[in-house]
Unconditional design. Sequence first.
Length: 584
Amino acid sequence: MKNSPSGRKKEKKPKNRIVADSGPPPNFIRDIIEKDLKDNKNEGRVHTRFPPEPNGYLHIGHAKSICLNFGLAAEYRGLCNLRFDDTNPSKEEVEYVESIKYDVRWLGFDWENREYYASDYFEQLYQYAIQLIKGGKAYVCSLSADEIREYRGTLTEPGKDSPYRERSIEESLDMFVCMRKGEFPDGSHVLRAKIDMASPNLNMRDPVIYRIMKASHHRTGDKWCIYPMYDFAHGLSDSIEGITHSICTLEFEDHRPLYDWFLDQLDVFHSQQIEFARLNLGYTVMSKRKLLGLVEEGFMTGWDDPRMPTISGLRRRGYTPESIRDFCERIGVAKKESTVDITLLEHCLREDLNQRAPRVMAVLRPLRLVIDNYPERKMEELDAVNNPEDSSMGSRKIPFSRVLYIEREDFREIPPKKWFRLSPGSEVRLKHAYYITCGDVVKENQTGEIIELHCTYDPESRGGWTKDERKVKGTLHWVSAAHSLKTEVRLYDHLFSKADPDNVEEGSDFKTFLNPNSSETLTSCRIEQSLKNAKPGSRYQFMRQGYFCVDSVDSSHDTLVFNRTATLRDTWAKIEKAQKKTEK
């Protein structure tokens, strides 16, 4: 029947949605769902799904789809399935299945007991194909792949009928059964839908719906040697599951007539497909094929390389699920393709980490500093607030001693104009500590490189303030040489040097625009000892440096490795501020 799902137990009917006084911003998909609910279409059900192919890791573009499908289901008190469209065993792996499930859960969504696979429906899909053959709507074609491509025609020229198009129903049926039994070699025959070789839509020109592939499937093993094509399995799987709103990206718009044709010919439940614009993000690529190439060719260390736009890469870099969900909500849902400025994603991350990340001090490029008038064996503990944005995070003690490390770039022997950091004869404030004044500079004899500074401190300025309230413009972060920890820090930048690396001239390679400075490793960094037991994945703001995350792969109890998640500079915040001024 067209008005009820087939092949699956009836789901519990969800309650009508309660509309809150304020909620997510409107968009055309919400408008469609609101109208369907008003018209009591599908008996008031809202049932979506997230249907990845398990042939790679998910990226930030998939995150938009995940948030949209699961978010709409939750908003309208409906259901959302997680379904793997696993129709191509030559490219699919259990590793990808498990990574996808982990990513969806990490983003904060739960499919409960609704984990499905297209392979769950292989027998039913096979019977659907038999039904098409018996109805004269499908035939076994013996053209080669190249010949099928040649007969297909072009956008301006119609295709030609296959010489096997009028093969009898009985012969096609017998051959299709033999295909399933494995009696033919790979590539010798395919099953094609009989539609219209002159259709202006190339997807309707007798598309292949089954092919012979003697490959072991990650779930069904060697049970099958014929597999349905994605375009045949996808829409019918939605129908079997009773999906009411099949939300896809725009590249599937031209496939919708084909999905509808299958559903109409088989007289089964008809899911409504709705297309929206996919996410295109600046300074990266959103193609799984291209991302896989970067991994396989050694440009990236893996799918979870912190420079990758994969969810696993963003997680390893230090992104939070909250920041990604916020980003997906802000960019909204549109019908027209566009590219989102990557600074918006970074802005969402900074806003989130500003609230939750403890402030600590770390020196990335250390320069030794000796306070000559500070007692040699003395060590005192100074108070430091963990996060001024959240008083509940409390404070910690940081050790202060005679020998410190400061950032090398915080000193200039010959300072430029308006230099408020350290230079010979100048006074600065050490964060949470004292005022110091620079005296002597020690250099390496042969190279002339500055290796040590000698300073004096004001004992009355503990906490960074003096009784005479003299003003010092410069404040530096620091760590105690004797009490700090040596660590490795990896600085990451945009993966590509070009904002739109996909937009290349014909014959060019997008990899030409890989940013040679996308990664820099510093091995002599010093961090305060409070981070000694920092756990993999924990995030911090290194004062004046940016946000950093303990690497979840290369860190151990004895050796900490930090990835820079984001700098403190926020271009998007400046853009928003300028826009608000213009609006006023």
